[in-house]
Design a protein around this ligand. Structure first.
Ligand code: BGC
Length: 497
């Protein structure tokens, strides 16, 4: 490529997104320190990871056999599920899904009273269960079981105080309903469910529903990964953590109970009576290094943060997840237009100025475009942003896209390496070490599932960073699909044990 001012500027942008081996290692040490601090401090602070105890103390092993009810609040949708666990790592689900109306999202929902959104969810849950009641096959089930234990996946930072209680720390990913912050999510949902059931004809709704487990989507993914894992018995593969990398980003893993020093004595004593030694921790990894002591910062990251609904928080997530990768590239394009390295679209084609108008999905096409003169990229850019480009400019944008996605995957590798190192599982000096040990990282989310080459970039990051090649080859990155649905059900199951 020629040494023009445009090329020089583009290369400087790419440099800003680069993470080398030293930085990977530095980030990993900081991540371990931040986990340690989070295990002994309250979850709200900015200087360490939230490390939220989930009160889930045992992973399933695939032999569980029962029917369970679950619901799952995702970034933009809500689902109710009936899950039949077959007891052989297999399961079937019946599911209904609704897109969340915009009245509840972002600024539109900001001033709603605390019950409004939960009334909406409760209506859906109750009508879903009622629908099964009117179905012959399920009638028996309902008439013999008057109460339904419900597992609720709620994928936002919650300070959990019990398996079925937890206060919302803050919203992420687009919700802003202020009246709900600080409140107990299960209490709000249960109240709305009870109100709904009290207002309907008991003959038509002959059941009660008890929300017995609150579960983050990453926690659910770890549970479902453990349930569905089917390695041969001679393989020594343990599920060690779960990762969600989709609209948002997060990790959960099993930690020694003794290390969770922020649990109150009362909490520990109730847990210990159940003869357990571990607890699943929802790390809320999106919040790593909110103080920006080690994380790289570009001018685009600063704008993404400023224009987000939670400025100053979840800064790791804002460099990793699907909600933000497209926006980062859009901001780079805005900058290149301002510097006159790209042609400004006509006034009638101003969508490039709209925040979040460039979807991460478009980056996934640009990433692997090998068409002549990047013709596909040309079409995507015209269609999504009204942007007309030359072949050379498209090559620049492809390089920048690849730098943005590589940084995202490398940052994920930092978190994986840190948790593995902290666990001691690959360290022959640790009591947790097993000869031939291999570790399974159970994943869910659109970026890790669909972004081309993403898993392989994570692996590259693992081997360049603190795990090195030897550690990297012992890590399996597998998909644990629908962790948040199945997982909520499995969490509800732990409540009845
Ligand atoms: C939330 C987490 C969630 C993750 C993945 C983040 O924004 O804070 O609770 O697990 O998104 O959905």
């Amino acid at each position: 490529m020629t040494n023009t001012p445009a090329n020089e500027y583009v290369q400087s942008i790419i440099k800003g997104f680069e993470i080398d081996s030293d930085l990977l290692k530095k980030l990993t040490s900081k991540y371990i320190e931040s986990m340690d601090n989070g295990l002994s401090h309250s979850s709200g602070g900015k200087s360490h990871l939230p490390m939220i105890p989930t009160f889930i103390t045992k992973l399933p092993n695939g032999t569980e056999k029962t029917d369970i009810l679950a619901c799952d609040l995702g970034g933009t949708s809500f689902r109710c599920l009936y899950i039949k666990l077959k007891g052989n790592s297999k399961f079937t689900t019946e599911m209904k899904k609704w897109e969340i109306p915009s009245d509840y999202l972002a600024e539109e929902g900001a001033d709603l009273p605390e019950n409004a959104f939960f009334d909406y969810l409760a209506n859906k849950i109750v009508s879903f269960v009622q629908y099964h009641n009117s179905n012959d096959e399920n009638k028996d089930l309902l008439s013999t079981k008057k109460n339904f234990n419900l597992g609720f996946t709620f994928s936002y930072p919650v300070e959990q105080t019990a398996l079925n209680a937890g206060n919302l720390i803050r919203w992420t990913k687009g919700f802003e309903i202020k009246s709900v912050v600080g409140k107990d999510i299960v209490e709000l949902l249960q109240k709305s469910i009870d109100n709904k059931l009290n207002s309907v004809d008991p003959e038509k709704y002959p059941f009660t529903i008890s929300c017995v487990a609150l579960c983050n989507d990453t926690t659910g993914t770890l549970l479902s990964g453990a349930y569905t894992s089917t390695y041969d018995s001679q393989d020594i593969v343990d599920p060690i953590m779960s990762i969600i990398c989709g609209t948002g980003f997060n990790i959960a893993y099993m930690e020694d109970l003794a290390s969770c020093t922020k649990l109150t004595e009362e909490q520990v004593s109730t847990i210990k009576t159940k003869d357990v030694t571990e607890m699943c921790i929802n790390t809320e990894s999106g919040s790593f290094d909110n103080e920006l002591s080690v994380l790289p910062v570009t001018q685009y990251d600063k704008i993404v943060d400023e224009e987000s609904t939670n400025p100053g928080y979840h800064l790791f997530e804002k460099r990793i997840s699907g909600m933000f990768l497209g926006e980062i590239l859009r901001l780079v394009i805005v900058d290149l237009i301002q510097k006159e390295f790209l042609l400004e679209p006509k006034p009638s084609k101003k969508q490039y100025t709209h925040k979040f108008s460039l979807k991460t999905e478009v980056l996934s096409h640009i990433e692997i475009d090998d068409s002549k003169d990047l013709k596909q990229t040309e079409l995507y850019l015209i269609e999504s942003l009204g942007l007309r480009t030359t072949t050379e400019q498209r090559h620049y944008l492809q390089q920048i896209t690849r730098a943005i996605s590589r940084r995202s995957a490398y940052l994920v590798s930092v978190a994986i390496s840190a948790i593995i190192i902290k666990s001691g599982r690959l360290d022959p000096k640790s009591s947790k070490y097993k000869y031939h040990q291999e570790l399974e990282v159970c994943c869910d989310g659109s970026v890790v599932q669909y972004y081309p080459g993403y898993k392989s970039m994570i692996r590259h990051g693992l081997s360049l960073g603190s795990l090195g090649h030897e550690g990297e080859r012992r890590v399996h990155i597998s998909m644990a699909l629908d962790g948040s649905g199945l997982g909520a059900g499995l969490a509800a199951l732990t409540a009845s044990k």
